[in-house]
Design a protein around this ligand. Structure first.
Ligand code: AMP
Length: 408
């Protein structure tokens, strides 16, 4: 399957695929599209950046278009965050440009007008709903959802939703849907709780496994061992050294760091924006759009944007600190080298984070190259400083997770 044309999509959908510049399907698309067209239930282990959104949207749109039946709610996609909901909505707009499919992204926040729009779209049987669990439950509670025509339910980033405590909400939503439906579950990882959920809600699912938790190929990964008081100087060095890079994403664990870095970068003359949870939703969207449209060269962000957000062709990701959850590293690094492009990901490791970084290396199954600090910054911490693992507890965490995932 080397070409989208082999799927024989409706000509008006194929036209949109061409317009979006997709020629060759990605591996997750090759494996899942025929199964979804064949009405199978599916559990797919695929991280963001693999092309999973098109993998489920295209066959569902095909089913709607081939019958030319644009009546009623046919697809419900449940997602963990509003950012992901908006991103999938944008994909729908792209793929359904030439067909009269209606779609709404439904998420919390917003004003009374947004709520009214969501309410009336859902009540009128909009074809595609992309929703975060909380807001959808409110709408179901008020009896707005008309799910009689529902054909397909997608749970996207299912592991993330469970991490965020949405299990009960998901079950409540599913109980409000017709039993006869196709259910597709996408998850970056397959911990036991995901398997349990799959057992509960899927019927004889096909299983597709695209990724173990590894950053996409094509990402060059490097790390600096650096003391906290050297980090700011190092980042300034790196950024001044790379004026050609158009899109740089910097992650930091805390709002405080994000704000400090943002201020410093701006005062050094960089075109830079910041996203953290103190911002209103409309402010976040506007910064994100400016970054996507290349009006901003650098975006500094807390973890909110690390998963599920589709920003094309980021040249460089910098982890200003080591993410405490090893899987978040994979998601952050996944911002670069999307869909078979190349990118660079650099991580700053201080002496307290060495062990967390070792967990990451265990998880991804390889050592990340440690780059020496520029000499004028002095020495950083020694990588072997991490204390031996007492009872193996910390270190085994990453290994156990990896083993569970790969079944080794
Ligand atoms: P996703 O994993 O769905 O978030 O997709 C990651 C990125 O890859 C998005 O920017 C998509 O537009 C892009 N993409 C998905 N499938 C393809 C494809 N077959 N060819 C080129 N780009 C793609």
């Amino acid at each position: 399957m080397n070409n989208f044309k082999d799927f024989n999509f409706h000509p008006l959908i194929q036209e949109s695929i061409d317009a979006m510049g997709y020629f060759k399907p990605t591996p997750v698309q090759v494996k899942t599209i025929p199964l979804i067209l064949n009405n199978k239930d599916l559990i797919a282990c695929a991280q963001t950046g693999t092309g999973k959104t098109a993998a489920f949207l295209l066959p569902v749109l095909q089913k709607i278009a081939e019958n030319e039946n644009y009546y009623g709610t046919r697809l419900l996609v449940i997602v963990p965050t509003r950012e992901l909901a908006m991103q999938i909505d944008q994909h729908v707009q792209g793929f359904s440009y030439h067909i009269p499919v209606s779609c709404i992204a439904v998420y919390g926040g917003g004003d009374g007008e947004t709520w009214d729009q969501q309410k009336s779209a859902i009540a009128s049987g909009v074809n595609i709903i992309i929703a975060t669990p909380g807001r959808l439950i409110s709408l179901i509670g008020l009896d707005y959802l008309k799910s009689d025509s529902l054909q397909t339910l997608v749970l996207d980033e299912a592991d993330r939703m469970l991490d965020m405590g949405f299990y009960d909400d998901i079950i409540k939503i599913i109980n409000a849907l017709p039993k006869k439906r196709q259910t597709l579950m996408f998850s970056a990882t397959m911990p036991p709780k995901i398997r349990q959920l799959a057992k509960k809600i899927l019927t004889e699912p096909e299983e597709v496994n695209i990724s173990i938790a590894k950053p996409a190929e094509g990402v060059l990964q490097g790390a600096y061992l650096v003391h906290d008081n050297q980090k700011q100087a190092l980042i300034m060095d790196l950024l001044h050294d790379k004026p050609d890079l158009k899109s740089i994403l910097i992650f930091s664990a805390t709002r405080k760091n994000v704000k400090v870095l943002h201020k410093q970068l701006k005062s050094d003359g960089f075109s830079c924006g910041a996203i953290h949870s103190d911002l209103e939703q409309h402010e976040r969207i506007s910064v994100l759009n400016d970054f996507k449209n290349r009006k901003l060269q650098i975006l500094v962000a807390t973890d909110i944007v690390s998963r599920g957000i589709d920003i094309d062709s980021i040249d460089l990701v910098i982890n200003y600190d080591v993410p405490s959850d090893a899987e978040d590293y994979v998601h952050r690094v996944g911002r670069t080298a999307r869909a078979e492009m190349t990118g660079v990901a650099l991580t700053f490791i201080n002496n307290r984070e060495i062990r967390s970084f070792q967990n990451i290396e265990d998880l991804i199954g390889s050592k990340v190259h440690k780059i020496p600090l520029p000499p004028h910054l002095g020495n950083g911490p020694d990588y072997h400083e991490a204390k031996p693992h007492k009872s193996g507890k910390d270190k085994s965490k990453g290994k156990q997770k990896f083993r569970k995932r790969t079944g080794k």
